[in-house]
Design a protein around this ligand. Structure first.
Ligand SMILES: [Zn+2]
Ligand SMILES: [Zn+2]
Length: 164
C-alpha cells in the first residue's frame, strides 16, 4: 500500500488518501491531500477517504441485495404462472388432438364439450398470449444468465489478482 502515491506533478511524494466518487469529475479518481485542496476543491464532499469508503460500498450493496431478493420473489411468482400456463397449453394440445379423433368419429356431442377451447384459438387471442409468455420467459432467462456471467467474471478477476 506504501507505493500508492499521487502521480500529479509536484505531488509525487504524497500518499493517496482516497477516491473521488464524483461521476462528472475529469481528474484522476485517486487523490492525495494536495489534490483534495487544488483539484477536487469544488466537490470535496464526493472525495471519500479510505476509512469511510466501506459505507459507500455497503449501502448500494444492501440496496442491491434487497432488490435482488425482491426480484427473486417476483421471478419465482412468474415462474409459477409460466409453469401453470405451459401446463394448460400442454393439456390443450392433447385435447385438440383428441378433438381431431372425436371429429373423425362424428361424435359431435362430445366435441361440443371442448368447443370453448377451439373458440379461444379461433379468435387468435390465445396465440398472442402464448407469444407474450414465451418472450417474457426468454427475457428472464437471459437476465439470469447475464448475472451469473458477471459474477463469474468478477470471481475470475479477483482470483487472478490474488495470485499476483
Ligand atoms: Zn473529483
Ligand atoms: Zn495529488
Amino acid at each position: 500500500m506504501d507505493d500508492f502515491k499521487c502521480t500529479y506533478e509536484n505531488h509525487e511524494n504524497d500518499k493517496i488518501i482516497g477516491f473521488c466518487l464524483n461521476q462528472k469529475c475529469q481528474n484522476t479518481t485517486k487523490f492525495c491531500l494536495k489534490c483534495l485542496i487544488d483539484i477536487h476543491q469544488d466537490h470535496q464532499k464526493d472525495c471519500i477517504p479510505f476509512h469511510r469508503m466501506i459505507e459507500f460500498v455497503n449501502k448500494p450493496r444492501q440496496n442491491l441485495n434487497e432488490l435482488q431478493t425482491k426480484f427473486i420473489k417476483i421471478s419465482e411468482k412468474l415462474e409459477k404462472s409460466f409453469q401453470q400456463f405451459f401446463k394448460t397449453i400442454d393439456q390443450e394440445a392433447i385435447i385438440l388432438e383428441n378433438m381431431d379423433n372425436i371429429l373423425k368419429d362424428q361424435d359431435y356431442s362430445t366435441f361440443n364439450e371442448y368447443i370453448h377451447i377451439l373458440k379461444q384459438f379461433y379468435s387468435k387471442e390465445k396465440y398472442n398470449y402464448i407469444c407474450i409468455f414465451y418472450i417474457y420467459k426468454k427475457r428472464i432467462k437471459n437476465k439470469k444468465t447475464n448475472s451469473i456471467k458477471l459474477q463469474n467474471n468478477i470471481r475470475i478477476r479477483r482470483n487472478s489478482t490474488w495470485q499476483k
